[in-house]
Design a protein around this ligand. Sequence first.
Ligand code: ADP
Length: 491
Amino acid sequence: MTIELPGFLRGAAKGLLIGGEWVPARSGATFESINPSTGAPIVSVAAGDKRDVGDAVAAARRAFEGPWRRFTPAQRQNVLLQLADLVEAHSHELGLINAVDMGVPVARQRGGAAVEALRYFAGWATKLHGETIPNSARGNLFAYTRPEPVGVAGAIIPWNNPLPATIWKIAPALATGCTMVLKPSEEASLTPLRLGEIIQELDLPPGVINIVTGFGETAGAALAAHPDVDKIGFTGSITTGRLIVKAAADSNFKRVSLEMGGKSPDIIFADADLASAIPAASLAVFGNTGQVCIAGTRVFVERPVYDEVLDGMAKVAASLQVGNSLDPSTDIGPLVSAAQLERVTGYLDLAVAEGAKAVTGGARLSSGGLADGYFVEPTVYSEVHDDMRVVQEEIFGPVATVLPFDDVDEVIRRANNSRFGLAGGVWTRHLGRAHQVAHAINTGMVWVNTYGSVDPAVPFGGAKSSGWGNELSGHILQEYLNIKAVWINTE
Ligand code: ADP
């Protein structure tokens, strides 16, 4: 392997971006970022806490009330377009950083999605407007609305896709005129930090975008509880989402949007084009080592084709090259951390204890030079039932559970038998049934005869315990805006 790694991955501890300056944590504390392919430390990162979050929020408030407020919509649009160009120019470097820090294989990086999202939200900056509203109130009154930025937005993001996750928060904030304090995941801080350096190349007032790295219980909790943060966007686990809602209620009722994962059903009918369905349903589980909130991990297969799909998915799983993220032939990299490895292998043990049968996979992978990394085999389970924990709980690893079904009403009921409601898939050539099932599944997204497409113009969000609100699209902008009604007495 002769890939030259970015200089960013070496050197002194990475600081926090507060008010346009890179600063150490006030406590001086740092933590190590770890390469999950090798278990080796990469570089250390500042561990911010409540005091640093306080500094960052104060800087964001100053920027919001100062120069950033005077940026015209066209200027904000230009900021986003310039950032898109910079991210595009640095996409190879950002991909390498992500490969080393988070473990996404170099061959599987999708930096283009972040660039597209920036360009999409750039367009919105100049298209946000209020309404004049004919009203019937007493007197001669003229009423209009103004969409106003909520102010300081907080963002707490997970590790599984740090570049898009960061952009999905920053872009609507900039488009609407908010300022932001971003708390990356302690498992994957380096890509957001390098993005912070890139943002510094823009002609932005200091404090518009601030980044506080650190742990969830300290930096994240402080951001969620801060009384001068007007909105918080969170992506992560249900457990943390619940704490964030409580912290918002206990502080200032800051607005909260949540995206909290899933256990999504992918339903394959016997009439489906199996040559498309089998590889797509497989990649919907194994892609990004299963560390994908929309992963279609509950694969329901109509009984006549059950064996064929099970066998086909097992073959796809076994054919995937698992390895170091920097190896260009790698399809599936490691899990992000030792903790995640422990969690996923815990579920592999549980599956056996619950009576599931591993048709392929089912174990940690430590041969072939992988012993120090956090690798698991892509795994397909049969002999599973809806009430097993491995079928109900989000594993966040490359683990498919494949369940037979007999009729459409049954599969709709079973697909909806989940606390989650993020996404779902339907594979059939029967047009009416495709619509029927797509409408009946209680999720925020459904794909028919495809799986996992995402576009910045299309809402991305979940029902039930998968979250509140949508990311992307015009809908997310409402989360960053207050609508003010203005009344004018025209007499
Ligand atoms: P995951 O299992 O995907 O890591 P988490 O919910 O633990 O999900 O983490 C997602 C993000 O939430 C991370 O940035 C993490 O640091 C942060 N986080 C974790 N605990 C808290 C907390 N108590 N308050 C606020 N943020 C937290």
